[in-house]
Design a binder for this molecule. Structure first.
Ligand code: 13P
Length: 249
């Protein structure tokens, strides 16, 4: 049985003060909810506010990105050690916005994945096709390629903590959600590729989340698909009531 993981990706929203207010409103809404793992991913400037605010609760905290080096002359970057030592437990890797605007490649995703595992951060690795690829019938090839390149050099016995987020780029922030059937089909493709790379057992145990315009009113249909093991939520996670409704779909 795969425990579902529901993660909020706040992207570049919320000051530290706003993040604190959010947690105050959100925690009582999900008290005692242990069916799913709940993760908030604020921007780095709010980590220091959010981590103490959730300590002792059923909510964990993730970073939205990290560098693959432990330290170094990389102005503006955050290292896995910096995240880990303040209590961050999860980290999003390879989000499509980072691939699109910040030069993230399948190669840097792979390096970050290896580093995250080394530091015992739970990696949430994002993959997904753009609209032109879907329309050209290339979705399965894109998903297989991104999966293969992300997992290069990773052994089956190391892979257990990895979480994948299937985020079709055309569904992010657009209000166009993949239908549960489209999402489930993509998840099956990803899972079969993981089975080919790392074996059936690893594939069967790996959680594959869906992301892209998940809202309270479509969460149940998506999350009740057996292939969908949780959600990575952007816009609808910015409001505590709305995100709590998704968590409790
Ligand atoms: P939206 O939920 O706003 O479409 O964003 C999805 C996403 O990118 C989560 O990482």
């Amino acid at each position: 049985m795969r425990k579902a993981l529901i993660a909020a990706n706040w992207k570049m929203y919320k000051t530290a003060a706003q993040a604190k207010e959010y947690v105050k409103a959100f925690l009582p809404l999900v008290t005692g909810h242990d069916r799913d793992e709940i993760v908030l991913c604020p921007s780095d400037t709010s980590l220091y506010t959010v981590i103490p605010a959730v300590t002792g609760s059923n909510v964990a905290v993730g970073g939205q990105n990290m560098h693959f080096a432990d330290e170094g002359a990389y102005t503006g970057e955050t290292s896995p050690v910096m995240l880990k030592t303040i209590g961050v437990t999860h980290v999003i890797i390879g989000h499509s916005e980072r691939r699109q605007y910040f030069n993230e490649t399948d190669e840097t995703v792979n390096k970050k994945l290896i580093t995250a595992l080394r530091h015992k951060l739970v990696p949430i690795v994002c993959i997904g096709e753009v609209l032109a690829e879907r329309e050209a019938g290339q979705t399965n090839d894109v998903l297989r390629r991104q999966t293969t390149l992300a997992f290069a050099g990773i052994k089956p016995e190391e892979a257990q903590p990895i979480v994948i987020a299937y985020e079709p780029v055309w569904a992010i922030g657009t209000g166009k959600t993949a239908t549960p059937e489209i999402a489930a089909e993509a998840h099956l493709t990803i899972r079969s590729e993981i089975a080919r790379l790392l074996g059936r057992e690893v594939a069967d145990n790996m959680r594959i989340l869906y992301g892209g315009s998940v809202k309270p009113d479509n969460a149940t249909a998506l999350l009740s698909q057996p292939e969908i093991d949780g959600a990575l939520v952007g816009g609808a996670s910015l409001d505590p009531q709305s995100f709590a409704k998704i968590v409790k779909y």
